[in-house]
Design a protein around this ligand. Sequence first.
Ligand SMILES: [Zn+2]
Length: 191
Amino acid sequence: MPTTEPIVIVEGVTLRTRIVRKRVRNVNARLVGDELRISAPTSISENELGKIVHELAGKLVRRARAARLNASDEAPALARRVAARFPEPPPFNDLIFVTTQRARWGSYSLRTGVVRLHAALRQFPPWVLEAVVAHELAHVFHPNHSPAFWQLLHQVCPDTDRAKAFLEGVSWITQRWESLPPVERALLAER
Ligand SMILES: [Zn+2]
């Protein structure tokens, strides 16, 4: 008989879980919409099962999110247009949103021609995304943040300063969100 535990929260996503105890060897999990369907051996303890489920759920949620984010060709097309604006266009093969990169907004590999972007950027206005792509590609010519780097970047992406301010604002608020007093937080959420 399946037991439905009310909810489990993984990676900030709320899931319902449905656990079926069976004569199986391993714990298996499948994500169907927002329901986590689990089959577990009869012998495993609740405690141990809870740990395994949490780990499996985290992986499934991140994988599902990344697949959905990368399903459209809009973003790679946008990045291709940005690359073409450089006086000497750097090699560009693909743009992928990743759910494994927390500290950086973007990165680029000259070897593979792949731009990787923080998954949250997918939700931001396209001109911000464009600016992050331009920033990463400009590093092909200038590895540092020298005046020559900014000059090239302004040339290929006139929105550079606005995008920089936008991203600084996002970082600022996300770093402080938890410590904001509830009233201010509520006020901000209503804007
Ligand atoms: Zn940089």
